[in-house]
Design a protein around this ligand. Sequence first.
Ligand SMILES: NC(=O)c1ccc[n+]([C@@H]2O[C@H](COP(=O)([O-])OP(=O)(O)OC[C@H]3O[C@@H](n4cnc5c(N)ncnc54)[C@H](O)[C@@H]3O)[C@@H](O)[C@H]2O)c1
Ligand SMILES: N[C@@H](CCO)C(=O)O
Length: 814
Amino acid sequence: MQVLKFGGTSVANAENINKAIDIIATAAQRGPTIVIVSALGGVTDALIEASQRAAAGDETYREHLQAIEQRHLDTVKALVPVANQSAVLSAIKRRCNELDAICDSVFALGELSPRTQDRVMSFGELMSSQMVAARVQAASLRCQWLDSRELIRTNSRFGAAEVDFAVTNQQIKNLITESEQQVYLVPGFIAADAQGATTTLGRGGSDYSAAIFAGAVHADVLEIWTDVSGMMTADPRLVTSAKAIPHISYKEAMELSHFGAKVLYPPTIQPVMQLGIPLWIKNTFAPADHGTLIEVDSPPNHTIVRGISSIGSIALLNLEGSGMVGIPGFSKRLFGALAQERINVILITQSSSEHSISVAVSSTDAPRAKTAVDEEFAYEIASNKVEPLRLETGLAIVALVGENMKDHPGVSGRMFGALGHNGVNIRAIAQGSSEKNISTVIQSHDVRKAINVLHEAFFQTEYKQVNLFIVGAGNVGSKLLGQLAQQQDYLLEKLRLQLRVIAVANSKKYVINDEGLDLNTWQEELQEGEPMELTQLVANIQARNLRNAVFVDITASAQVAECYAALLEKSISVVACNKVACSSAYANYANLKSLAREFNANFLFETNVGAGLPIIGTLNDLLRSGDVVNRIQAVLSGTLNYVFNHYDGTSSFASVVQRAQDEGYTEPDPRLDLSGTDVMRKILILAREAGVVMEMDDITNDSFLPASCMEGDVAAFYEQLAVHEAHFRQLYEQAAAAGKKLKFVARYENDKAAVGLQQVGPEHDFFTLQGKDNVVLFYTNRYVEQPLVVKGAGAGADVTASGVFADMIRAARV
Ligand SMILES: NC(=O)c1ccc[n+]([C@@H]2O[C@H](COP(=O)([O-])OP(=O)(O)OC[C@H]3O[C@@H](n4cnc5c(N)ncnc54)[C@H](O)[C@@H]3O)[C@@H](O)[C@H]2O)c1
Ligand SMILES: N[C@@H](CCO)C(=O)O
């Protein structure tokens, strides 16, 4: 014997019912089948509405009843072959006449008792089950319709009646005998008391009916046919990659259902759970899908966590006070006061200091809870032994569920780490010693982010989604977007990283798309974007509260650099190609680094020195391993190295600088390169990363640039370069005459840094430095005579973009 239950959407109309019929026919071939059906989707609510209108003296109840009747008659006509229609049409008509008469009485009396309400509601299941029975019979299956009021006996608590299992099981066994029929069709949700009055089974009623029948006949299986393909690993409205859970134990299913997986209402499955009858949740609209099979034992599981559940609209009640410590009876009184008010406690936590107890309840219960608890502890509050109950609202619970968690240390560590990295503050935690459920109370606005982060952390098949906000789409920015477009598939496949560019901005426009921009058309989209308004963009980024968020600054703008703190404070990582922040006042640099630590975000700026070369990373590695940097010697300007490698007087100095700019080596403002400021910034950043407190003003700059070159705008700068051609030529010729080359060198030693132009001879490490290359020599406690050298292309949009790319991946993978 097997029991199949079809919910309201599965029998909402003739088309859906026909799908259910196919499923029933297939099941009937396997063996005798009991089928329980809900009312047609929406009918129970319509019945309640009609009867309440009648009770309120509103004559429009008749129109509602008329609509209910018409819907059923229409469904029969579309569902049942004409030859079989008349019997079921007249059965529906009779039911509707009876219903009209009841509602007329309600109207006349102006009263709707719970008993009458149950009676009215019963018509939904009575009519749907008779229609489905007629259709099953038309499919040439031996099918008997049974009235569950003759089978399920309850007490007289109308609205949520309690089942008398002894009588019920006997009645079901008497009426349902395996041999006689292929299909028994019964209405769900309804029952009757000892006097024969109609009762209903309350929340989850039809599931409960199905479980009662399955338990009574010791069914081989109970199948709940619904409109989803089983219990999901997380709420699919919040997690797009949520998947159906193929196998789950009863205990896990209860934990998941309790916390918001709406497919099952736990109390309803008790009758089958006690007998160990497998319960299979299947999708009427995708019957080939496996669905979720719920069994007694936890089935083989490759994932530690079976599912993630969430429950919204939570309030936290905090009872605190030194007067509670070591005194028995406080918690009893707290829970007693809540029970007195019939307030359901969802989560409890108390630390071993016993100084406070936190209790989560539904936020609708919170005001009553506050009054009740404050009254209970009025004496203790007045005598300052405890504080008045503190209430926090706007909260939600997110929980990991899985029986395997108990065998795996570190699950909670991973959970809290993943949440912490995303700035999700945990207000309270609860874990029972069975370790099947770890619950956290968090802010409601963090729920989507939290569930997604946890889903990524605990389901191995999952990609980690990384949300990028890219500000600056010039030379380097465009190259980066091109590299991203090219690498997206690779990253997905090899690193399981799904990089999505949510926003791109330049100084004029910004474009933002929550689903991720199309990287083949971002230019066109940006042109059509919103006018750029930095504070608005930052507010937009913060408000989105996306997980694994990384802000990428590829501008040279001080305003953009000023936004980092506000982003890091929201646990949004910052990847800066822009050098302004790290070369600003030391206090600001140090603050950003400490904010990153405090809010579990990354602040990465490898391309600030040497573009894509691994210079800052190498320095950090040296220090982490306990080495000490004593001296740095470096060529850190790609532009200046290019200029002095190419200038020999045959073309003007200005034209060589212009070439460097055209090649994309210079700063957006090339005066920063030529004045040596860019190199000062870089040696400053290296000194700071080496642990030295230093400001820009502490660095000596022996500039070779005549002061007048820095007096106007960029156009005037080029004009002044031309004016001073003789000066540059002289610099070159003096060096050449001595068999030397000009190199703009940065030095750091004994907490002091200096930059300036030097003539270097063939014996010098820098003499052969080609093109736009950079080189850094680290002299440390371990690299004493032969320095650790990092050398290579130190400017250029492509190499810089790949350095930014690498920082983004670092930020994403933590
Ligand atoms: N070119 C290189 O080799 C190299 C190497 C290392 C670091 N960098 C750094 O990369 C950054 C960008 O260099 P680039 O060559 O791509 O410059 P670029 O001038 O080509 O691009 C700068 C981009 O930033 C945008 N922008 C400027 N101010 C903005 C603001 N307030 N808000 C939004 N967008 C703004 C501009 O519209 C433009 O899209 C600079 O900080 C530079 O120091 C460049
Ligand atoms: N303008 C810079 C780019 C790299 O930071 C240079 O020329 O070195």
